[in-house]
Design a protein around this ligand. Sequence first.
Ligand SMILES: [Mg+2]
Length: 278
Amino acid sequence: MDTVIPRQCLAVFDYDGTTADTAAPSPNGVTVTAAYSYALMEMFGVQDLLEEIGGLQNRTPRELIEDIVAGDRHLRLRTCGRRYFETHRDRLWAMLPTSRNRRPRHSGLIDTLTETLVRVKLSYLLDEIGHAWPKPFDGVLDTFEAMRRDGTAAAIVSSGHECFIRKSFEFWGVPCPNVLLTDDDCRAYDIDPKPNAGLIDLMLALSHRYRTSAAPILQKRNIIGHFGDCEIKDGGLAANAGVPFFWFNRANRKPRVSLPENTVVFSDWRTVSDGVLT
Ligand SMILES: [Mg+2]
């Protein structure tokens, strides 16, 4: 890709499927999808519940819970989920930092079950993170490093979780971008997920949170684009935010929707890091 990244800009990255290959199984055979499947089975006592609601489809924990409690068996599932939460709340609530345990604005069953699902899912995933899993895609860390050297700040906007992302960067041996906006923030601030451009606004509004060189760059709001693997959620976010979309299309597949006007397609991060470096 013939892209030279200018200085004093912000590049926004998706995490799952863009930075890290979390769809590949861990050495113990766990994937993000499998962790959701186990977590739902544990909470609701129903085998194949994830398949029943159409699979993960890039949905957030809240979107999954909303679909589950809207289904035919919702009364039994609500009872089951609530009972699970009441039995395990102390253990589960100790898993995430207190700042992330902020009481949701509309505290109700959906919020409770969403917070529970996040923690049960993470209980399956966090111990899987190590040198072998998840792997960063070839060239993506070089891109981060090249951008850092060029004075470009990297941000991650993800429907994943901060503890997972930070732990994976620790094993990769490179600094995690300080500017992180994840599903933890969406839940805490009660904000819709991708493709909601409000995520970018929230990230910029929180620039004071990032006590690094990234803060003045964030305040300039000079965004070179959003890099993501999902043309619907990531492409939609880029289009809604009015920034270029860099589509990581590893399998060279046909887009499922028409791509935003300002789209650059690439299938290999090494072409991006080379472009940045030259
Ligand atoms: Mg993704």
